[in-house]
Ligand binder design. Sequence first.
Ligand SMILES: [Zn+2]
Ligand SMILES: [Zn+2]
Length: 107
Amino acid sequence: MQRMYNNIDIKCSNYAKCNKIVKLVDLEKHEYDCTTPNCLNFECCGSKASKIPELSKKTLCSLECELQLNIKKAKNGKEIFELIKKFSETIVALRPAASNINMSNLN
Ligand SMILES: [Zn+2]
Ligand SMILES: [Zn+2]
């Protein structure tokens, strides 16, 4: 009985856009993927935007991605330095235990 229930076809709540009918058992995961936009830095991180309001309104998955995008837009080394400094301060404020951020992969 449970299996039959899981096999019911349901229209995704985003059906107008995605046109997909999914099994009830897959619906929750599909709707999450379907209604959550990709991170603006998706080509680098491959992630969906975060559900944290601060990040989701910017369509970002993480503060690291925001930093990477800002660095891409920066005009010179001084700006990049300022961005990284601000980022470090934010991270320290948010995550006191994680102050040792590895900056080597931010190029
Ligand atoms: Zn969908
Ligand atoms: Zn990202």
